[in-house]
Design a protein. Structure first.
Length: 199
C-alpha cells in the first residue's frame, strides 16, 4: 500500500521502528528500497556501492526513527534526502581516495625512475607493514584499514557500525598502539609512515 493511499502509514512504521519493531523496518524497506536503490545507483554509478548506501540508510533510519518529525516533510522525502546525502558522501570519499592513490602512484613512478634502490627499500617496508597488520586482531586491523584506506572519520565509522564514537576511538587507539609495537618488531617506525597519527 502506498503512502498516498494511507498518508499516516509511513509515520506509523517509523513509530513502530523506534519502539523496536524490526518488522516495521522490513516493511519500509520493501516499500522504498527499489526507488532508493535507483537513486543511489544514479549518483554512485556502481550497483554494489548503491546497495551499500541503501543498507547504510536503513541502519541510520533504525537509529534515528524517533527523531523523525512530520513537520519536516514526508517519510519518503526524508529517506530520499538521506540516501542522496550518503551517496554524495560516498562519491566524495571515493574521489578523495582516487586522488590520493593517483598522487601516490605518480610519486612511486618518479621514485622508481630516479632511485631504484629507494624503491626496493620501500617495497621492503611495505612488506613489513603488511606483516605487522596481519598480526593485529581482526577488529583492530579493520578499524585501521577503514580509517587509512577508506578515509572514513571516527564518527563515520561509528555511524556505519552502529557503535558509540568513544568505542571507535578506543579501538583505534588500541589498534595504533598494537601496530606501533608490531612495526617496531619489524624495524619500522610508525612516525615515519604516518607522521604519528593521533587517536
Amino acid at each position: 500500500m502506498s503512502s498516498r493511499e494511507n498518508p499516516s502509514s509511513d509515520v506509523e512504521l517509523l513509530a513502530r521502528l523506534s519502539a523496536g519493531d524490526l518488522a516495521a523496518a522490513s516493511a519500509l524497506y520493501d516499500r522504498y528500497a527499489g526507488v532508493l536503490l535507483a537513486l543511489a545507483q544514479r549518483i554512485v554509478r556502481d550497483q554494489a556501492e548503491a546497495e551499500d548506501v541503501v543498507h547504510d540508510a536503513f541502519v541510520t533510519v533504525h537509529d534515528r526513527a524517533a527523531q523523525y518529525s512530520a513537520d519536516r516533510g514526508s517519510v519518503v522525502a526524508w529517506l530520499v534526502t538521506l540516501v542522496r546525502n550518503l551517496s554524495i558522501d560516498r562519491v566524495r570519499r571515493r574521489e578523495r581516495r582516487g586522488g590520493i592513490l593517483r598522487r601516490v602512484a605518480s610519486e612511486e613512478l618518479r621514485q622508481a625512475v630516479r632511485d631504484p634502490e629507494a624503491q626496493l627499500s620501500d617495497a621492503t617496508v611495505h612488506a613489513r607493514v603488511r606483516r605487522a597488520l596481519a598480526k593485529l586482531p581482526d577488529v583492530q586491523r579493520a578499524t585501521l584499514e577503514v580509517t587509512f584506506f577508506e578515509g572514513l572519520s571516527y564518527p563515520e565509522i561509528a555511524e556505519r557500525e552502529g557503535v558509540a564514537l568513544g568505542t571507535i576511538k578506543s579501538r583505534a587507539a588500541r589498534a595504533l598502539a598494537s601496530l606501533r609495537q608490531e612495526l617496531e618488531a619489524e624495524g619500522v617506525s610508525l612516525r615515519d609512515l604516518f607522521g604519528e597519527p593521533q587517536a
